[in-house]
Design a protein around this ligand. Structure first.
Ligand code: ZN
Length: 845
């Protein structure tokens, strides 16, 4: 073909490709495609595998495939009928096996599956071709070719994405690296295993990582990935790559490294405007400050030209840079991308972005006022500019360069104060512009805040929940954690309060354990961890001594409650997961079912608190739902990938310990029902987290109701642990963020034929006290006073209210009994002298 014709054809092709606005028409067609048949498989369908903010893997890889098709059409002599895509729209659902069936039926020469990954905290690529190990040697599936294509594609793709790679792998070796000889001598991945031709699957970064997903959302970023694939295909075919150039970069705010929206980038007569909330991000979030990418791309600039690039944006100083356009068609893909990342500096004066006070007419004396500025502040100048009237005494502390905390605990209740930050004194630290106190866009004016302090708190801390429930039954554990939750923070004094909780039974026996105090989500919880399992079917009395102070010094009264221990003996108990680490779990945003999370504040990590003092670790889920998430679904599927936590009967109870944060979000262990692979799906049994501290979450698989997450089959004997679910439903009482811990998941069977015998005991007839030193315990029950002590008892004398001795006992070692049947009703005092202690106890007959 003559060159003239080639140019004309390229123009025609470009005109048809409306998706190629920036492309030039100087391209030469690369020839030699021949009758090679290429099958492209953009993974998944429609909007499957949603990543952060709801943009899906399926959408991303569909775009990449369309751009590859565009480049092949524009720049090569490939006959249109020699390229087939497994899906040509974003609606149809194409099954996994359907894809290989289509390629096999069509007689493709090569199958390329395009994917994006989930679930890691490091953004990388990987390429996977069919292969396994035998006798220490790797074997590639036949026909060969996947490995060779991967060797070309991997560095090209990784290069233009500017990330790192996990490598180019025989797929079975990637998923099961260890053995000399794999048990299964065939490819691991369906698309490699079921296709009759050479094949490769690539993962282009993670759609669950914010830094990558914000780029994925940009319409043009995916052209770079397509370019890398296109170049690699031509190299694999021994064709000559045409000259293509790209100028690209990311524009960030020099003060905080946040990418900038709406920057106009100009090169000659070409213009690119970076994505804005209005143009792009509002499809994914209602929060204009959540997603930014600052990405721009020009295509088809003349290789070798030194071009001037102008950056302008409202509120920033303009920037101009000169850069020479790179080109090396024979080199790696990224040798054809000229990267120009820049920062721009804001010229907007600093203002107050937010304050922590909701009602300025009723400001807490306990919580500091937190002032957040829009720019990094010159701290010294702000402190100098800060004033408060009415002899107010406050302390200023900087949380970071943007955030000032004002301690108001010394201000007077009900009094009104005016806080001022002088705009002629305060300035930001980066550009030293005067502070814009009234937020009108011009610096130099004052910030003023009038606050009226609340009445002082005169109410002591109140108990809002307990575990076990007051007068309640313990179910499914022999070792409950006694949990007493208050409505505010207790000013805990470890020395004074360490023994403030006791647990006794009707015989006066005490139950040893460890008491802890924790502040969870702004309120205190006391927890008592028993050293041993409790006896079955018994009544217990919990006593919290009076005198616990809140932050304003108000003291609690004594608090007591009763509960009945579990009455059914354990028949069988299986430890499903100790949950003292997070091995096998994905990151919270790793599952495509996780939705509505903010960018970075979510994690699943090992924590050093546990439900048993002897195994002090658990798994901690930190979560932060995004109130502005446009799709309005907030959930975490905390997925466990090891896939071997199976049940073979539904005749039992699934339990796990959850350390609640009082968030009122709902939690569940989700199970996968496996009797019918088609409809089995995932089931869960959500429970509200309306408590702080450890609580046993239970699901009686045989009798409790549950919900279907996917699939319609009911829970049956064959099931598998799939994940923990956390759900937020935008109810006003539900917190958007928090922290919960998981521990000791078990499957337990109890003897359901057992009968409850214990009743709630009237402990008022049991006056029991134990001295710290002698271990003396005196109890009055019916017509008998019984005495126990740690050492030998020397004497037991009973006195009446006027001090006369009315009864005594002859001790025998560490116990003694006094008959009191002949005493008249009234108050008596029992005095005990024992080795190691003396104690006088008041009893009422
Ligand atoms: Zn995928």
């Amino acid at each position: 073909m003559k060159k003239n014709n080639i140019t004309k054809m390229a123009i025609a092709a470009a005109a048809l490709m409306t998706a190629f606005p920036a492309a030039t028409t100087y391209a030469q067609k690369s020839t030699g495609w021949g009758d090679f048949k290429l099958f492209l498989d953009p993974g998944h369908s429609a909007t499957e595998n949603r990543g952060l903010w709801g943009y899906s893997e399926a959408q991303k890889v569909f775009s990449v495939a369309q751009y590859i098709k565009g480049y092949l059409t524009e720049y090569t002599d490939m006959p249109a009928e020699n390229l087939k895509l497994c899906r040509n729209n974003e609606v149809d659902i194409v099954g996994l096996e359907e894809r290989s069936d289509m390629a096999n039926a069509w007689g493709a020469d090569f199958f390329y599956a395009i994917h994006s990954d989930a679930s890691s905290d490091k953004n990388t690529t990987v390429t996977l071709f069919g292969g396994w190990r035998k006798d220490g040697k790797e074997i590639e599936k036949t026909p060969n070719g996947g490995k060779a294509f991967g060797e070309i594609l991997n560095p090209n793709l990784t290069g233009v994405m500017r990330i790192t790679t996990r490598g180019n792998w025989y797929d079975r070796c990637y998923y099961d690296r260890a053995p000399e000889t794999h048990a299964n001598q065939y490819p691991y991945l369906s698309v490699n295993r079921r296709t009759n031709m050479a094949s490769l699957l690539s993962e282009g970064g993670y759609h669950t990582i914010a830094s990558q997903q914000q780029l994925n959302i940009n319409a043009d970023y995916k052209r770079l990935e397509a370019f890398a694939a296109f170049q690699s295909i031509l190299k694999f075919r021994n064709m000559t790559n045409p000259e293509q150039t790209f100028l690209a970069g990311i524009i960030k705010n020099s003060e905080n490294d946040v990418p900038i929206d709406g920057v106009t980038v100009k090169v000659g007569d070409k213009t690119y405007v970076t994505d804005t909330w209005e143009s792009t991000f509002k499809k994914y979030t209602n929060n204009p400050d959540l997603i930014h990418n600052g990405f721009y791309l020009f295509e088809g600039l003349k290789a070798g030209d030194a071009v001037s690039v102008e950056f302008t944006a409202t509120g920033y100083e303009p920037v101009t840079k000169t850069v020479v356009i790179k080109s090396n068609p024979a080199g790696q893909s990224n040798d054809n991308v000229t990267w120009l990342d820049i920062t721009m500096t804001s010229n907007a004066p600093a203002k107050v972005a937010s304050i922590s006070v909701e009602d300025t007419k009723a400001v807490s004396l306990v919580d500091p006022i937190v002032i957040t500025f829009s720019r990094k502040m010159d701290k010294e100048s702000v402190e100098k500019a800060f004033s408060i009237d009415n002899d107010g005494e406050v302390t200023l502390t900087w949380i970071n360069d943007y955030t000032l905390s004002v301690d108001v605990s010394k201000l007077v209740p009900l009094k009104t104060y005016n806080i001022k930050i002088d705009g002629s004194v305060a300035k930001n630290s980066q550009t030293n512009q005067p502070f814009d106190g009234n937020g009108d866009g011009n610096g130099g004016d004052d910030y003023t805040l009038s606050i009226t302090m609340k009445e002082a708190d005169t109410t002591p801390a109140q108990v809002v929940s307990t575990d076990p429930a007051i007068d309640g039954d313990v179910a499914y554990t022999l070792r409950p954690v006694v949990r007493v939750e208050y409505d505010e923070i207790i000013d805990w004094n470890e020395d004074k309060n360490a023994d403030c909780m006791t647990v006794i039974d009707p015989e006066g026996n005490t139950y040893a354990g460890t008491l802890t105090h924790s502040v969870v989500n702004g309120a205190s919880v006391l927890q008592y961890f028993f050293s041993e399992d409790l006896p079955l079917d018994k009544c217990f009395l919990v006593t919290v001594k009076p005198g616990l102070a809140d932050l304003s010094g108000n003291l609690t009264e004594e608090f007591r409650f009763r509960f009945l221990s579990e009455y059914r003996p354990v028949v069988e108990s299986t430890d499903l997961l100790p949950l003292d680490n997070v091995t096998g779990f994905w990151a919270p945003d790793g599952s495509g079912s996780s939705s509505g999370l903010t960018q970075e504040a979510n994690s699943f990590t090992r924590a050093n608190i546990g439900v048993r003092p002897e195994s002090p670790n658990s798994a901690c889920l930190k979560y932060d739902f995004d109130p502005d998430f446009a799709a309005g679904v907030w959930q975490i599927r905390e997925y466990h990938s090891s896939q071997n936590i199976d049940g073979t009967t539904k005749d039992g109870v699934l339990t796990f310990w959850l350390y609640g944060d009082g968030s009122n979000n709902s939690v569940s262990a989700a199970l996968r029902v496996r009797t019918n692979n088609k409809n089995g799906g995932i089931k869960y049994n959500l429970k509200p987290i309306n408590y702080r501290g450890w609580h046993l979450v239970s699901w009686n698989l045989a009798s409790d109701e549950y919900q279907h997450f996917t699939g319609t089959d009911e829970i049956a004997d064959k099931w598998r642990f799939d994940s923990f679910f956390l759900k937020h439903e935008k109810a006003p009482e539900q917190a958007w963020k928090g922290e919960i811990y998981f521990n000791q998941m078990q499957f337990v069977k109890f003897d359901d034929t057992a009968v409850r015998k214990a009743v709630l005991h009237d402990f008022s007839s049991v006056e029991t006290l134990k001295s710290a030193d002698g271990g003396i315990v005196v109890r009055s029950l019916g017509d008998v006073v019984s005495v126990k002590a740690d050492g030998n008892i020397r004497s037991v004398n009973v006195y009446n209210a006027s001090g006369a001795m009315v009864a005594s006992a002859t001790p025998a070692g560490q116990t003694a009994m006094v008959a009191t049947g002949n005493l008249a009703g009234g108050v008596y005092f029992v005095n005990v002298v024992a080795d190691g202690g003396i104690k006088t106890v008041k009893i009422v007959r």
